[in-house]
Design a protein around this ligand. Structure first.
Ligand code: SAM
Length: 335
């Protein structure tokens, strides 16, 4: 679709960060929750118990600044990172130690096109042991992307898709803290409106549907995939980053889980737990809603006021409390 200069395509976490440099990605990594090593052990255990447990090649899709690809280098001989944002890929050498960088390959490609010959033969089609899709699947055309992942994987290779959402305060007056947190995130989302009627609208609908469905809207056709397991940590809180009131369209959960799939629901307020105060919340929200201040203009003072409310509820000053996250992980094996 041709776009006029007054109607740019704005999509969640793609166009808003396309021009971002190393500093943006450094602060992105610092501000994001980071999986405990036990999370990768869980993926590895699944991988070794579903078919051959070869660990030659992993591919991290939507790799951004390579933060998760780097973690995979502890378990895999070679890691491929792909993303459609070449600025993120360009930041990787500055963010990864050079001895690790030698064991990586970076590819600029949309996830949906990864089977079209863009991945070098040695690390490509039919040879990949593990594909991870970290914090990215709601941005993708999932059926098309899953077809490409299926081609990239070797038989009995593992696909691990995961996504974390809003922060959850897990100690103190959690009711008040979580309500203020949500009010801040929801207010920020309203600054980004309109979504409806813009070229990016289909992307917003896709993302919102995936989050409100806790990724159950993503189907794993049984002719291609087996052993599907869906973990949902802290499912007592929404995976959405903010309340529905922040959007200008309605959306409902969609469930495309097939018979025979396993769903494992866990409430664990120690999961990926961190100590967060106002500064950490601010950094997280800045990375979830890149450039929101530009859209908010003078209205950003509304967020400052809410942040002060949060500061007081936390105990004032630099007080911090434990936060955790709702996280969904889907594991599947290529047939
Ligand atoms: C929130 S960041 C996640 C980065 C990293 N994987 C992580 O876990 O922190 C989302 C990434 O997905 C990438 N992305 C968005 N749409 C994509 C697509 N269609 N194909 C490949 N990457 C895409 C963005 O460029 C961005 O780097």
């Amino acid at each position: 679709m041709a776009l006029s200069s007054t109607q740019d395509l704005e999509t969640p976490f793609t166009t808003a960060v396309l021009g971002s440099d190393v500093d943006f990605w450094r602060s992105y990594i610092a501000g994001r929750p980071s999986p405990d090593e036990s999370f990768f052990h869980l993926i590895n255990e699944y991988h070794s118990s579903h078919g051959q447990s070869k660990t030659a090649i992993a591919h991290d899709v939507g790799t951004g600044p390579d933060n998760i690809a780097q973690r995979l280098l502890a378990y895999y001989d070679h890691v491929v990172g792909s993303d459609l944002n070449d600025q993120a890929l360009a930041a990787a050498p500055a963010l990864i130690p050079s001895e690790l960088y030698k064991r990586t390959t970076f590819i600029k490609s949309p996830a949906e096109a990864l089977a079209s010959g863009v991945v070098p033969n040695g690390v490509g089609l039919g040879k990949t042991d593990l594909i991870t899709v970290s914090e990215c699947i709601p941005l993708l055309d999932a059926p098309k992307a899953l077809d490409a992942f299926h081609e990239l994987l070797r038989p009995e290779g593992t696909l691990a898709i995961y996504f974390y959402g809003r922060a959850i305060f897990a100690e103190g007056d959690i009711h008040t803290l979580n309500a203020i947190y949500d009010a801040i995130a929801t207010r920020i989302c309203t600054f980004l409106l309109p979504f409806k009627g813009t070229p990016g609208f289909p992307f917003h609908v896709r993302g919102a549907e995936a989050l409100v469905s806790r990724l159950d809207n993503i189907a794993f056709p049984s002719e291609s995939w087996k052993g599907v397991e869906r973990y949902k940590w802290n499912y007592d809180y929404p995976l959405l980053f903010n309340s529905k009131e922040g959007y200008d369209f309605d959306f409902e959960p969609v469930d495309r889980r097939a018979e025979g799939e396993k769903t494992i629901e866990v409430i664990d307020k120690q999961f990926w737990a961190k100590e967060w105060g106002v500064e950490e919340v601010k950094t997280y929200l800045d990375s979830v809603y890149p450039n929101w201040q530009k859209k908010a203009g003078a209205r950003s003072t509304e967020v400052d006021e809410l942040l002060e409310e949060l500061r007081n509820a936390l105990g004032g000053g630099g007080s911090k409390k434990k936060v955790t996250f709702p996280v969904v992980l889907i594991l599947a094996t290529k047939k």
